[in-house]
Design a protein around this ligand. Structure first.
Ligand SMILES: C[S@@+](CC[C@H](N)C(=O)[O-])C[C@H]1O[C@@H](n2cnc3c(N)ncnc32)[C@H](O)[C@@H]1O
Length: 359
């Protein structure tokens, strides 16, 4: 059995209830036993699908777009949340095959805090060994030093979130923590919120919304994601910061049907009922707040080029590939099938968005 339940329970017994952000951090990233520490398959055999697990077409489209953005200049690609390294492998394969003039001017970095995941990535990317270096965090990258593209797919949604409840009487947020009760984890209102760690702007609620927000309405805030994006933006000297993920604008978080927030647990492709159960064996995730993310990039001096659906973003790339068929693999029926899954409104096309910012 995964030892995480015991480890987290011991912390709660010693210190009292912990924030959900702390619970999620340990459940996903505890060295040796967190959910993401054991690199599991993504796709049919795993707990969740991503655009990467649909097949190589997603990476090929990104590779093509990155080469177009480079416009003949040297290109530094930096990925975070690379997981098993599949996306970077698909991108590099496309660039090696179709952009030979760019290949000698290309360098790659993966930001990966986990030694276990770094090892799996190195195996997947063995064919490109000389091209890639690894760093364990953004702080190892000098500010302004990246000239190229910093990109990620479904990175920010995997960062630990705070779970907040609305107290209509005092018109203020309180924080939901995790306690240990009757042999299981349970939600408990924290007496002292960690909320001070949450940037005010992630919780801005208009006066009109304050009047109508029902008592107990739940939302999430992810200062970790906001800070990560800001730090990444500052690393960019020239080029583009791109993420693809599922998420909402600040306003959408307060839609009436979202009374219980956006934290979800996935186990074998099913949404699991208990976010606090099956610790270390199920994926935990929460929708990205794209308004906050966009603002953090702009605060670091980036200009927003697009915040659009994945469908719109990939359609734009697709059109460009038609104009330059020598620079992209043939649009075989299999590639077209993958593209449909990536771009179709009822698949990943509308649930996922692309945020494109540049300097
Ligand atoms: C949902 S998975 C997405 C994997 C892959 N990008 C894909 O699309 O298939 C999220 C990944 O982000 C990683 N991650 C979370 N926080 C990170 C951070 N601060 N730096 C680098 N990777 C991180 C997790 O370990 C996990 O591998």
């Amino acid at each position: 059995m995964n030892p995480l339940t015991d480890l987290i329970r011991d912390e709660i017994v010693a210190r009292g209830p912990i924030s959900f952000a702390r619970f999620m951090e340990r459940a996903l990233y505890e060295p040796g036993c967190g959910y993401y520490e054991i690199v599991r398959p993504v796709g049919r055999r795993g707990d969740f699908y991503t655009s990467v697990s649909v097949g190589p077409t997603f990476g090929e489209l990104l590779g093509f777009q990155f080469a177009q953005w480079a416009n003949g200049d040297a290109l530094h690609l930096m990925e975070a949340g690379a997981h098993d390294g599949r996306l970077m492998a698909d991108i590099l394969q496309c660039l090696q095959n179709h952009w030979p003039e760019l290949w000698p001017k290309l360098e790659c970095t993966i930001v990966e805090p986990s030694p276990a995941r770094r090892q799996v990535q190195a195996q997947t990317l063995a064919a490109f060994a000389g091209k890639i270096r690894w760093v364990s965090g953004l702080e190892e990258i000098p500010e302004g030093s990246i000239r190229g593209v910093i990109y990620s797919n479904e990175l920010l949604d995997a960062m630990p979130v705070h779970r907040l409840g609305w107290d209509a009487a005092t018109q203020a947020w309180f924080e939901w923590g995790v306690a240990w009760e009757a042999g299981r984890f349970a939600w408990r209102r924290l007496a002292v919120a960690e909320l001070k760690a949450v940037r005010n702007e992630t919780l801005q609620v208009s006066q009109a919304m304050r009047e109508v927000l029902p008592d107990g309405f739940v939302t999430v805030a992810c200062p970790r994601a906001a800070d990560w994006w800001h730090a990444a933006a500052r690393r960019l000297g020239r080029g583009t910061l791109l993420t693809l993920d599922y998420g909402l604008t600040s306003e959408e978080f307060f839609a009436p049907h979202r009374t219980s927030g956006t934290v979800r647990a996935y186990f074998q492709h099913q949404i699991a009922d208990d976010v606090l159960g099956n610790v270390g064996e199920q994926d935990l995730t929460a929708s990205v707040n794209f308004s906050v993310t966009q603002m953090m990039g702009e605060l670091a001096g980036l200009a927003t080029r697009a915040l659009q659906t994945q469908e719109q973003f990939l359609m734009g790339v697709f059109q460009q590939t038609l104009a330059r068929p020598d620079k992209f693999p043939e649009w075989t029926p299999e590639r077209r099938r993958q593209f449909q899954t990536l771009a179709h409104p009822q698949h990943l096309g509308r649930s996922h968005h692309a945020l494109v910012q540049s300097r």
